[in-house]
Write a protein of this length. Structure first.
Length: 466
């Protein structure tokens, strides 16, 4: 397989057939609004959408540093699914039933995104094939069975556990010994969703200013090089780019994730692979992969690559390292040997937000009017929608338009997280963690033992993931 002709960067493959958009006009000077939203990705746009639908007379302004969908919303793997970061911790803090309510809300969120996309005429190549997660080592199979049992305990009675033969009948992953499938998932085209959502928000009367980086967020003030927007509510919806804001360098860590997309694959390749259900596909490795079969019959596959840049730095155009492209190609061929001769058309990377305790959160500080949502740890395509509806309800409650709702009482609301360690400890910790995960995966791949590698368990504890 050659990567000589691979397009590297250019934001992401998802922009390749559409081109990067022409940015909307920047903020022309000082302004005011009822609600100012910082960040034009899924979280910010969904929040603007639901607020404007609930209270049409609200004056809402969205400020975006580059263009809507420049960050993770335009670079992700297109997994619309019901996973949420931190559920197990919320069960420990607030009780099992509270975490079950959170999981049920996430299950419904998948259907909510599909519903709104249809209602607004957003064609985002959505296919509700569910989520298939496979195991191909004895240790992965043991974790998969534990994972399946845990998900069932959190109310997923429609989840299915499959053996090796049943798994191969769905997707022929080489060496797969089992899988678990949930119907609460869909494949989509991330850029088609975010651009369609931005258009829908504008059509409702929301003002979007692009090419407008916010340099500081303060109570009732969002400051930019072009002027300051004043509003009773300032909402931070910046996910992996949060570290660029003044005072937030250690709030959420910008974790890198990288992807490749193959050329469109011929019928003969798909006959060997299967994947007719177009499920989103993941595995139970510690340094896990995620993949989808795209609408035009490519495989788009992602993983961590170089996990973190020193000083919480972020890339400019999505370019990723040659070694990462090769590593992702190796994963692709190991899973599907029939792809050994296909071309990799595109490679890219982006950042996602990781809190120190790996828990997604939604908060509105009623004393200051400052709100935020994020820390999705890679599960943001659906979680951003639930977060947005929760921010809507919190603002309506604070402004006296409604009382508490089912969403405002979910256990992730108002959760407090300590900051990440300063450098160089942050860089050393993250790189050491992923080095440990990769080493553990290599040992598990070569072993017949069914227990999880002890180094991976230690890495989980040090990272605060359990």
């Amino acid at each position: 397989m050659s990567t000589v002709s691979t397009v590297n960067g250019g934001i992401s493959f998802w922009y390749a057939d559409r081109g990067t958009p022409v940015a909307r006009e920047p903020l022309p000077g000082d302004g005011s609004a009822d609600v100012c939203i910082v960040g034009g990705g899924y979280t910010g746009l969904w929040t603007a959408y639901y607020l404007k639908k609930a209270v049409p007379f609200l004056n809402i302004t969205v400020l975006e540093a580059r263009f809507c969908g420049y960050g993770a919303s335009g670079r992700n793997g297109g997994w619309l699914y019901n996973g949420i970061a931190g559920r197990d911790r919320y069960a420990k803090l607030h009780g099992h039933e509270a975490a079950v309510r959170l999981q049920q809300a996430m299950n419904g969120t998948v259907d909510e995104v599909v519903r709104v996309a249809a209602e607004e005429g957003i064609d985002a190549d959505i296919h509700q094939g569910g989520v298939l997660e496979v195991a191909y080592t004895p240790a992965q199979l043991a974790r998969l069975k534990d994972f399946h049992s845990a998900e069932t305990a959190f109310g997923e009675t429609d989840r299915v556990l499959r053996g090796a033969r049943e798994t191969a009948e769905r997707v022929n992953v080489t060496g797969a010994v089992g899988s678990t499938w949930t119907p609460h998932g869909a494949r989509l085209h991330p850029v088609k969703l975010v651009t369609g959502l931005a258009a829908a928000v504008e059509a409702l009367g929301v003002t979007i200013h692009e090419s407008t980086p916010v340099t500081a967020i303060e109570p009732k003030h969002a400051r930019t090089p072009y002027g300051t927007v004043r509003a009773p509510y300032i909402l931070r919806c910046t996910e992996g780019f949060t570290a660029k804001l003044k005072g937030h360098r250690r709030t959420w860590l910008p974790m890198n994730s990288s992807m490749i997309a193959t050329e469109p694959l011929p019928r003969s390749v798909w006959d060997a692979i299967g994947w007719e259900g177009r499920e989103t596909l993941g595995d139970l490795a510690h340094a896990y992969m995620y993949a989808q079969r795209t609408a035009d019959d490519r495989i788009a596959l992602g993983g961590r690559g170089v996990p973190y840049r020193y000083g919480s730095a972020t890339d400019n155009d999505g370019r990723t390292q040659a070694a990462t492209i090769e590593a992702l190609r190796d994963i692709l061929v190991r899973l599907f040997p029939v792809t050994a001769g296909v071309r990799i058309d595109h490679a890219w990377s982006g950042v996602l937000g990781v809190p120190r305790d790996w828990c997604a959160t939604v908060t509105l500080d009623r004393s200051t009017g400052l709100g935020w949502a994020g820390g999705y740890v890679g599960s943001g395509v659906a979680t951003a929608n639930l977060a947005a509806r929760t921010l809507r309800d919190l603002i309506q409650q604070d402004s006296g338009q409604s009382g508490p709702t089912e969403l405002t009482t979910l256990p992730w609301v108002g959760h407090k997280v300590r900051k990440w360690e300063p450098e160089p400890f942050r860089w050393l910790g993250v790189h050491s963690m992923y080095a440990a995960y990769r080493a553990a995966d290599r040992r598990e791949l070569a072993s017949s033992r069914a227990d999880t590698d002890p180094v991976a368990k230690a890495a989980d504890r040090l990272a605060g993931r359990h």
